[in-house]
Design a protein around this ligand. Structure first.
Ligand SMILES: NCc1[nH]cc(CCC(=O)O)c1CC(=O)O
Length: 306
């Protein structure tokens, strides 16, 4: 049995924070094992001048980390669950999730306190089709402008005056000790979060039982149930790439409440619904809610974007 656990990680500040968070948690749980980071440069980090959906969508951020797992160079990879497609490639598993942060979207601005306080026609930066759909649905007068790059790059563009406000994940800002930049969190009613937002997942080779048993203690049961419900929505909607799909689950250990939405990126149509039921049926509830959204028009919205 090896006495080292190698964590493949992207090199953005956020990815490094997330990998180090898991490194510390694992090192504490497994004092006899040396837990090290293996930084890797990915295509998604290199190409910053085009929208993510255009250059291959979310799977892009995972591919090169999965190659390191497949080659045996690394034992695990840490991902923002938001960036993990509904279906993993064969040979990989994602058995452990943890949530050191908020699931909500953040309103960030130097001049305004909230979405409601923005003047008519204000320019808001985001490259997320979901955030664009939510915001335009709430405030059709606002102008959405494309915004890519890592969290610090996005903040620098805001500070340079390119936008009146930008939308980011609260979790990312909190992790980078930039929570002071959050002027307000958008409520789930204003902007329903992305599937798995704020959640970290640990991916391993599906046949690697040694690593599976080493990471098992980190799994957060509340979050696992939440993510099972949210990801079941995505699985049914085949949201394998960057699409305006939102789902957010909460539960008390016995009853789960799941909300989901699919919107046109211009905000003109928003199909939203919710469902509740036993936590033991998280995935079934997610699938049932996805069926309802499809029947209510989500199928057309998604077909138009394909
Ligand atoms: N797509 C980039 C990304 N992936 C995960 C996070 C934030 C952390 C999280 O949601 O877990 C971010 C930045 C953002 O959306 O502002």
């Amino acid at each position: 049995m090896t006495q080292t656990l190698r964590i493949a990680t992207r090199q953005s500040e956020l990815a490094l924070w997330q990998a180090r968070h898991v490194q510390v948690r694992l090192q504490t749980a497994l004092p006899e094992v040396e837990v090290v980071l293996l930084p890797i440069r990915t295509e998604g980090d290199r190409v910053l001048d085009r929208p993510l959906a255009e250059i291959g969508g979310k799977g892009l951020f995972l591919k090169e980390l999965e190659a390191a797992l497949a080659d045996g160079e690394a034992d695990l990879a840490v991902h923002s669950m938001k960036d993990v497609p509904a279906e993993l490639p064969p040979g990989f598993a994602l058995p452990t999730v943890l949530a050191p942060g908020s699931p909500l979207d953040a309103f960030v601005s130097n001049d305004h306190d909230s979405v409601e306080a923005l003047p008519a026609g204000a320019r808001v930066g985001t490259s997320s089709l979901r955030r664009a759909a939510m915001l335009k649905h709430l405030r059709p007068d606002l102008e959405i402008a494309n915004l890519r790059g890592n969290v610090q790059t996005r903040l620098a563009k805001l500070d340079a005056g390119e936008y009146d406000a930008i939308l980011l994940a609260c979790a990312g800002l909190e992790r980078l000790e930039l929570a002071a930049r959050i002027r307000s969190a958008l409520t789930p009613e204003q902007s329903l979060p992305a599937i798995g937002q704020g959640v970290l997942g640990i991916e391993i080779r599906a046949d690697d039982e040694v690593t599976a048993s080493r990471i098992a203690a980190l799994d957060d049961e509340y979050t696992h149930i939440r993510v099972d419900a949210e990801r079941a929505v995505n699985a049914r909607l085949e949201g394998s790439c960057h699409l305006p799909i939102a789902a957010h689950a909460e539960h008390d250990g016995s009853t789960l409440w799941l909300r989901a939405a699919v919107g046109k990126p211009d905000g003109s149509v928003m199909v939203r619904d919710e469902i509740s039921g036993p936590t033991g049926e998280a995935a079934g509830l997610g699938q049932a809610l996805a069926e309802r959204l499809l029947a209510a028009g989500a199928d057309r919205i998604l077909a138009d974007l394909a």
